[in-house]
Design a protein around this ligand. Structure first.
Ligand code: TYD
Ligand code: MG
Length: 515
């Protein structure tokens, strides 16, 4: 018989092995293999449950043609109305799929319970207008009164919202059976990781329990066609019941992210059997509920761009996250006379070093004697090379250019005369200019956005999604967009009338045009 078969499961990636390894053979993490015992007693209990498709006659393969006949029905998704609902639906790939098991992971306090309660409310309220389903919100961590209290403050008054407090995984599974007649009409919200199955070994939250409970919920979801949302505190490392084990079981995993000090919350699918993982939902925490941020660029940009509001060392980059484009601001500060150092925030240090080196070598900037600070506003991280050009522009705007050539080597910064049309100045004048310009800064005029990757010889390269980025820039009311020359043609063909697209071959050209 099966006996007490022992397997080893990687807490990080969920890879299962017949024996223990010091290093996971799949993801190469060290010391993550945990013993997992498929105890006889553990499974027998589960097998007897009626909601498991275990009886032979239930296990019948379906004819493809029959499956396809019902496909339009299979594609049906539970509507999530309102701006909040639409945003969540988009992240889920067009709506909540009946019978799906979705895990919402994130740090404690990030807003998972709030998100789930809001979704529960939307679906339950939809019922009132004859559209949707009753919802059971099961919590393993809060009492019914506490949830009720919270819902009250959130002004949720849905008729069809039921609350239950339990950590026994069979309870959420059996509630619908006792409570409702029509199973296909239900939706469950639960908090995972605290759940346990009575006859499975291990403590609640342990690997065995989490795995078994989640599997049980998945089987239940599939059998009943009830969608289930799980919320789980998901740690990135160390935890036995690591996220990866769950990720393999559930249909979709959404990560909720947000800085402690920021009110913005991002919802990002890292796995989705029913849609793309290239989506990103952007929310803002209000007093009590999550609200949609319709224009995410607002998050990262200063308040309205007015003429008086020109600041040196600020350049706008266009980045893509999933299918969405964002405008973010890159700040630079160059402090001359101090020791050489770079301080980067939100930008890859090696990338910043490369851009600085290219600026020195190919654009003649004297950055050797500077401490350079780079920062991405709003704590966003710049992970794409598309932001290179904005980083360079921000540095240029802060830094006072030096005259090209060995003529004017000065410990102070000097201004690159070529920018104003290659004037030839007498030596003395140059020196005066040096003095003058060394304390000046050159703000980038408002309404310019930069897209492009910088190569080692200062040349500009295209990045994926040029059209999408440029049209976002246009939509947001910018006047000019600096792009690589090679992208000019394709951008001209999509007809962006509101905006002037300026193609540049290299950094020098960009500097000539912008400053
Ligand atoms: P909660 O949803 O309980 O976080 P999690 O379930 O991920 O641990 O939210 C944490 C706290 O933040 C809670 O006290 C409610 C509060 N909160 C707001 O005030 N406004 C909001 O928009 C959200 C999402 C949360
Ligand atoms: Mg919670």
């Amino acid at each position: 018989g099966k006996g007490n078969r022992v397997s080893w499961v990687c807490a990080d990636c969920g890879h299962t092995d017949g024996q223990w390894w010091g290093t996971c053979r799949s993801c190469k993490s060290v010391g993550t293999m945990q013993m997992f015992s498929e105890g006889d007693s553990g499974n027998r209990h589960v097998v007897e449950r009626t909601w498991l498709p275990q009886k032979p006659e239930q296990v019948q393969p379906m004819r493809l043609r029959d499956v396809n006949k019902g496909i339009s029905q299979l594609n049906w998704r539970i509507p999530l109305s309102g701006p909040f609902g639409n945003e969540v639906a988009r992240v889920l790939g067009g709506g909540l799929v009946p019978g799906s098991l979705v895990l919402v992971g994130g740090d404690p306090g990030v807003g998972k319970s709030t998100l789930l309660l809001q979704m529960a409310a939307i679906i339950a309220e939809g019922r009132d207008v004859g559209e949707c389903a009753p919802v059971v919100y099961v919590s393993g961590e809060e009492s019914v009164e506490q949830i009720g209290n919270r819902a009250d403050r959130m002004e949720i008054g849905a008729e069809e919202l039921f609350l239950y407090c339990s950590t026994d995984v069979e309870v959420p599974v059996f509630i619908p059976i006792f409570l409702m007649t029509d199973l296909s009409d239900l939706f469950l919200c639960t908090t995972t990781l605290l759940f346990y199955l009575k006859d499975v070994t291990g403590s609640a939250g342990g690997l065995t329990q989490v795995r078994e409970c989640t599997s049980a919920l998945l089987r239940f979801a599939k059998k009943s066609n009830i969608p289930i949302l799980l919320a789980g505190h998901v740690t990135k490392s160390g935890d036995i019941a690591g996220p990866r084990v769950l990720e393999h079981i559930v249909d979709a995993v959404l990560y909720m992210e947000g800085e402690k000090c920021s009110t913005y919350r991002l919802l990002r699918p890292v796995k989705n059997r029913f849609g793309s993982t290239d989506e990103l939902g952007v929310f803002e925490m209000s007093q009590l509920v999550l609200q949609v941020v319709s224009n995410p660029s607002q998050m990262f940009l200063r308040e309205p761009h007015s003429d008086s509001d020109v600041l040196a060392g600020l350049a706008v980059a266009v980045v893509m996250d999933g299918t969405r484009t964002f405008l973010i601001e890159i700040q630079a500060l160059c402090v001359s006379g101090s020791t050489v150092s770079r301080h980067v925030n939100g930008i890859q240090a090696s990338r910043a070093d490369m851009i600085i080196a290219v600026l020195m070598k190919q654009a003649g900037l004297k950055l050797q004697e500077n401490a350079i600070f780079l920062n991405v506003v709003s704590g966003m991280a710049l992970t794409e090379t598309s932001g290179d050009l904005a980083v360079a522009a921000a540095i240029c705007s802060r830094h006072v250019f030096s005259v090209a050539g060995p003529l004017l080597t000065s410990s102070t910064n000097s201004y690159c005369l070529s920018i104003y049309g290659h004037f030839i100045f007498p030596e003395q004048m140059k020196a005066n200019l040096l003095l003058l310009f060394s304390f000046l800064e050159f703000p980038i005029p408002n309404g310019i956005a930069f897209i492009g990757e910088i190569g080692l010889s200062g040349e500009l390269h295209m990045v994926p999604g040029m059209e999408k980025r440029a049209s976002t820039v246009a939509k947001l009311g910018y006047e000019k967009c600096i792009v690589p020359k090679s992208a000019e043609k394709s951008l001209a063909s999509i007809g962006l009338e509101q905006i002037k697209v300026i193609g540049c071959e290299n950094l020098k050209e960009v500097i000539n045009i912008v400053f």
